[in-house]
Design a protein around this ligand. Structure first.
Ligand SMILES: *Cc1c(COP(=O)(O)O)cnc(C)c1O
Length: 390
């Protein structure tokens, strides 16, 4: 019996190889930054989500070191037992102030936050409505909740309106990426909020790629000038904010409900205090250095302009720039040639994106210099042209 189980795994792995879907990790020997070192080679890094160049910022390193001196390394307990330190308390206050939302809760990760939000706000009598391109953890949260689960076509508020109208669920929860993680486009948040209001529902906004990028760095709600007690706003710390963990912010009652009922909060060890201290420091840097967000947008514009000169138009105005390829093996082959030329631009394949939409995804950072961004765009244009001629 055990052999049959193992044989099934082996066949599954062979299938991944055959379909060009087996993934392998790189081993990086440097901090994240505009460049990374792999096997002794320095590569221009267009693969990380360190949009503001904070992942290796000396102020974050200092905040972490000081917090370790004061609190030690591990939080030692879940937050409701003894793991919630002054550093966590301060980070939550800082995030509420930064976003203008009333209360915030520090969660172990973005993935855990979305599972916790959806499973505590939706139950078997609820319905969750998710954009078809939502991040995996919103989908998993909806499945975990055991609510009725609808997926609406990408960005289509009219289709969502019809699905909401057809649902008799007691509680309706709309869940969306604010900036879609594989396409870089922005969800129609005002229309979604309008629908949440009309249907007495909740709107879960996952701003993993909007915080630090849109709204002068304050995120997607600031970008649209939105506020509502119906919004559960989730932002991660592992991307533009350079650390690890996540916040959920919103109406004090909603946050108190999460604190009491989100199982990924209640039953998980609190975030290490040093990471809470990093979060507070990162928010301070974003507030004090608006030039950082501006630099990011200049790099985004430079990449798009140079790709456009090569005939590649991208719709995204955020740090995520998708370059469509289609076939996963071709996407991997192009990424490999870019790597040979010193540019780390990942190929993104199913199941991360729908079948037939494999792509390169270039991620920009305020830390990039303009010349490297332009060189990368030219290399992408050249390699795509060579590939088309094969
Ligand atoms: C990265 C990401 C997450 C997960 O956040 P982690 O803190 O890395 O667990 C959630 N949602 C989106 C849209 C993401 O891109």
């Amino acid at each position: 019996m055990a052999d049959a189980s193992r044989a099934r795994l082996a066949r599954g792995l062979e299938r991944l190889d055959r379909d060009g879907l087996r993934r392998r990790r790189r081993v990086i020997d440097s901090p994240q930054g505009p460049t990374v070192v792999e096997n002794g080679r320095t590569l221009a890094n267009f693969a990380s989500n360190d949009y503001l160049g904070l992942a290796n910022h000396p102020r974050l390193a200092r905040a972490a070191t000081e917090a370790i001196a004061r609190y030690g390394v591990g939080a030692g307990a879940s937050p409701l037992v003894a793991g919630h330190t002054r550093a966590h308390e301060e980070a939550e206050a800082a995030f509420a102030r930064f976003t203008g939302l009333e209360r915030a809760l520090l969660m172990p990760s973005g993935y855990a936050a979305n599972l916790g939000i959806l499973a505590s706000f939706a139950d078997r009598h609820a319905a969750v409505f998710a954009d078809r391109l939502d991040h995996a953890c919103l989908v998993d949260g909806a499945l975990l909740s055991r609510a009725d689960f609808h997926r609406y076509p990408h960005g289509d508020a009219d289709a969502l309106a019809r699905a909401l109208a057809a649902s008799a669920a007691e509680v309706k929860v709309i869940a969306t990426d604010a900036v879609f993680s594989m396409d870089g486009d922005v969800a129609p948040l005002p229309a979604l909020l309008d629908l949440a209001e009309r249907h007495d529902g909740w709107l879960v906004v996952d701003d993993a790629h909007g915080i630090g990028v849109l709204g002068g760095g304050r995120g997607s709600l600031a970008h649209f000038g939105m506020a509502s007690p119906r919004i559960l706003y989730m932002a991660t710390l592992g991307k533009a904010l350079g650390g690890y963990g996540a916040f959920v912010a919103g109406h004090p009652d909603a946050i108190e409900w999460l604190l009491q009922r989100a199982r990924t909060y209640v039953f998980s060890t609190a975030l290490p205090p040093a990471l809470a201290a990093c979060a507070t420091e990162a928010l301070a840097i974003v507030e004090e250095e608006p030039a950082r967000v501006r630099a990011l947008h200049e790099r985004i514009a430079a990449l798009r302009a140079e790709l456009g000169r090569g005939g590649i138009e991208t719709a995204s105005q955020t740090a995520i720039q998708p370059i469509p390829v289609g076939d996963p093996e071709r996407a991997v082959a192009i990424a490999r040639r870019l790597h040979d030329r010193g540019f780390l631009v990942p190929a993104i394949r199913p199941p991360t994106v729908p079948v037939g939409t494999s792509r390169l995804r270039a991620s920009l950072s305020a830390g990039h210099d303009e010349a490297t961004v332009i060189a990368c765009a030219r290399a992408i244009v050249e390699e795509l042209a060579l590939d088309a001629g094969r």
